[in-house]
Design a protein around this ligand. Structure first.
Ligand code: SF4
Length: 381
């Protein structure tokens, strides 16, 4: 199975913390949609053998699309690629776009899973991040979504300067009480060249507090797991049976095609990434050319990715899988490198599988990067 990602590079407003690729000029969405359908046509020969079990529209803000534009993208994907009959069809939406009419048009287009960029139930937090919606929109959109969809995911941000643990916990309790089946929770991070970075530098906003972020990660984890959610990836929680097929595929190293400006794709051996500029992307496609870069992953690159993605999940790193995929020298290297983290109780071993402890979870990206292969002499490259 493979995954299919469509990047819709438009947003109504620029959130202060965001470094994703998008434009707030919305007057050429039709032209972009046509270019993306053309990219699907141009790429299809590389994916003739693949069957896709998930179609994911992310961005950007895919809920800026009209029903017609959404259908054009979906129909092109189905016309050129092979999908399972019950594929997961996720649409990322922002609360300000959710209303009865839109919900019905998404359902009619075949969407069967909504992912709402809710982020917070507090106006103060939403304002600080320059979100385009209010706390009232957060409540209303989630309620409407669960009235009509069985699978509803929400994004939540913690570690926001000045955010209280108590209000964060109240927000998570609301998400669960209203009926979300999946929660993606992210620590607010300061990306270079964002408005947030500049406000912090000018001392208009306090800097991110790592202790607060770590504490609030545990607030989210404890609140959701006490309500029956499974912590299946470091930033992702789901009720049983509601894991995201799309996200799980990335973590399991499954191939994916990415369509749209800045989208990435991976065929199991090499990765490509499209140019992250809307007009250059469209101009190239209109001239029959795909504007992208690519790289072939070495065994070392694949090992590093395997360690990072596996340690972030509840499935962990299996010695057996690691050895069969990369060979004994890589297994020995991994065992050597994890020793200090086992001693510090940041990782633990159970029946040949290494996972993060509660203490190690928040630090897992840093731990995983310490285990990366920088140089190893073997006859495999
Ligand atoms: S809506 Fe999402 S993609 Fe758009 S600016 Fe905000 S965080 Fe970034």
């Amino acid at each position: 199975m493979a995954s299919f990602y469509l990047h819709v590079p438009f947003c109504r407003r620029a959130c202060h913390y965001c470094d994703f690729h998008f434009s707030t000029k919305l007057d050429y969405i039709d032209r972009m949609v046509i270019a993306m359908t053309e990219e699907m046509r141009l790429r299809k020969t590389d994916w003739q053998e693949a069957t896709f079990n998930t179609l994911y529209l992310g961005g950007g803000t895919p809920s800026v699309l009209s029903k017609q534009q959404l259908l054009v993208l979906k129909n092109a994907a189905l016309a050129h690629y092979s999908f399972t009959s019950d594929f997961e069809f996720t649409l990322e939406v922002n609360p300000e776009d959710v209303n009865e009419d839109q919900i019905m048009s998404w359902k009619e287009a075949g969407v069967n899973r909504l992912s709402i960029g809710l982020q917070s139930f507090e106006d103060r937090d939403l304002k600080l991040m320059n979100r385009a919606h209010s706390s009232e929109d957060s409540l209303r959109s989630l309620q409407l979504a669960v009235n009509h969809f069985d699978r509803v995911s929400v994004d939540v941000i913690y570690g926001i300067p000045g955010q209280s643990d108590e209000l964060l916990q109240n927000g998570i309790n609301k998400v669960v009480a209203i009926g979300a089946t999946h929660v993606s929770a992210y620590a607010l991070t300061v990306e270079p060249k964002t408005a947030l970075a500049s406000y912090i530098e000018k001392e208009l906003i306090p800097d991110i507090d790592e202790e607060q972020a770590e504490r609030q990660f545990l607030v989210v984890l404890d609140t959701l797991t006490s309500k029956g959610f499974e912590h299946y990836e470091i930033s992702n929680f789901a009720l049983p049976g509601h894991y995201s097929v799309n996200n799980s595929s990335y973590w399991k190293g499954i191939s994916y095609v990415g369509i749209g400006p800045s989208a990435h794709g991976f065929d199991g051996k090499s990765r490509y990434w499209n140019i992250a500029q809307n007009h250059k992307y469209m101009n190239a496609i209109e001239g029959g050319i795909l504007n992208f870069e690519s790289e072939e992953l070495t065994i070392k690159d694949r090992y590093n990715e395997f360690v990072m993605t596996s340690l972030r999940t509840q499935w962990g790193v299996s010695y057996q899988d690691l050895e069969s995929e990369f060979g004994t020298p890589y297994l020995n290297y991994f065992k050597m490198m994890i020793t200090p983290f086992l001693l510090d109780a940041l990782l633990f071993e159970e029946e040949g599988v290494i996972r993060a402890t509660r203490k190690g979870k928040f630090l897992i990206d840093g731990i995983a990067s310490e285990l990366f292969m920088v140089e190893l002499k073997t006859n495999r490259t």
